[in-house]
Design a protein around this ligand. Sequence first.
Ligand code: MG
Ligand code: MG
Length: 262
Amino acid sequence: MLELKTPREIEAMRVTGTFIAELLDDLAGRAKPGVNLLDLEHRARHLIDKRGAQSCYWDYAPSFGRGPFRNVTCLAVNDAVLHGMPHDYALRDADLLTMDIAVSIDGWAADSARSVIVGVPRAQDVRLIEATERALAAGIAAALPGNRLGDISAAIGAVAAEYGYLVNTEFGGHGIGRTMHEDPHVSNRGRAGRGLELMPGLTLALEPWFATSTDKIIYDDDGWTIRSADGSRTAHSEHTIAVTDSAPLVLTRSEHAAVAAR
Ligand code: MG
Ligand code: MG
């Protein structure tokens, strides 16, 4: 079922989204060589509890996972990209860390992911992250009323193609609102002009992710962590957005970033 949100409901989602953006800012600032992934997970738990927010990942149990997910963050390093299970690992110089967080405040969810480089970056990783960020921006720009879902997918896929990255279509974006995952699915590759017509009040999490040299994935033994099948590095950028009667609203920007963008 597809539920359009009222401006008031979108504003409630923006409150949640702003909190997530600030949480990602906080974690990104802590992601230094030597810092353990479990330290980042515990920091996130602390801030989520303090805010009175509920993690959408805690006890998350979809068909593909193994048992409920007992963490509030997805932390994925290098070739890991989605549903990275926080574990005892100290970050190393030049690691590529992807952080993905979804929480709910007063019943309204938001979802955002960001890839950052720990310590001194490698040029190819900077390029990979830039591609997912540009693909996300292109997807957001296509989220206009009267456009179709395929326009968003095509815009994301075009940026991947421009950079020479392949697109996996098993995991992509999704509707979001009262829960983290709602209809519709938003593929990171598709045909312009096809699919659902975008309407004001539609709220979506757009989340391009690419691996350097493959579109195939493998799962860790933990049943959750998804990696590139060839071990190449990956990046992932996600925002929760709302389609309006004019330009889309990005709901998961920190106040700081929102001011900078004006
Ligand atoms: Mg996410
Ligand atoms: Mg998501």
